[in-house]
Write a protein that binds this ligand. Structure first.
Ligand SMILES: [Zn+2]
Length: 235
């Protein structure tokens, strides 16, 4: 009998550790989608950068169109690209954290994940030289565990998902350069996910830039606002 109770307790703890944060993430994503759409807003977001090749090209497109975006920086990609990180802020865009090492929250020990998040915050704080020492967080792979959620709650740091993928990390034959723009036209707003790290094959650069331009065109045609991610949490 004690064995049965033990198994039930273990199952409950596992539920608390992974499925519950997963459900929480789904709810958050839904709420963020509703908020973006009801506010007639498009949030352009870029993960895993900065990249030597893509980030400056993206900044040029954003500048040409006079729209703002948010860059979810991967700490390990900042080394040697500090100047690009600074130029993101200089051009009026927002910087947020996508952790330092891109760890999967279900596959590493919780304290390792938490120290990885802190490491990315410290790096952004040091390189940017701002007073800000905590940054909005987007979990790698969209995955969280119970302790990382509790940690971020305690730090009062917002967790941000995405509602529309640009498919820029998908296999070439599964991509559609107009996918994100079509979704913006259909949904009337949203949080669009791109990736600005340097790939081995540079044909993705053209795909991403064309997809970004199509999203901007769709948002402008519909007179949507291009907002930085802080505005998602403003009442
Ligand atoms: Zn990522």
């Amino acid at each position: 009998m004690i064995g049965v109770y033990l198994v039930m307790v273990c199952l409950f703890l596992v539920f608390l550790y992974i499925p519950l944060p997963w459900i929480y993430g789904r709810v958050l994503r839904k709420m963020q989608k509703v908020k973006a759409i009801s506010g007639n807003q498009v949030f352009l977001t870029f993960d895993d950068g900065p990249g030597n090749r893509l980030t400056p090209q993206i900044l040029a497109v954003l500048n040409d169109n006079n729209v703002k975006a948010t860059f979810f920086i991967l700490g390990r990609n900042v080394v040697g690209r500090e100047r690009i990180l600074k130029s993101i802020v200089k051009e009026g865009h927002s910087v947020a954290s996508h952790s330092f090492s891109h760890l999967h929250a279900w596959q590493v020990l919780p304290w390792r994940l938490i120290s990885d998040i802190k490491k990315s915050w410290d790096l952004l704080h040091d390189v940017l030289g701002t007073e800000q020492d905590k940054f909005v967080f987007r979990p790698p792979y969209g995955k969280l565990n119970l302790l990382s959620v509790l940690f971020l709650w305690r730090q009062k740091v917002a967790i941000v998902y995405w509602t529309i993928g640009s498919l820029d990390t998908w296999a070439m034959d599964k991509r559609n350069v107009n996918h994100a723009a079509e979704r913006i036209r259909c949904d009337g707003g949203g949080i669009v996910l791109f990736h600005d790290f340097d790939r081995a094959a540079d044909q993705t650069d053209d795909y991403l830039l064309d997809s970004l331009k199509a999203v901007i065109k769709a948002g402008q045609d519909m007179q949507l606002a291009f907002s930085s991610i802080e505005q998602l949490h403003r009442k």
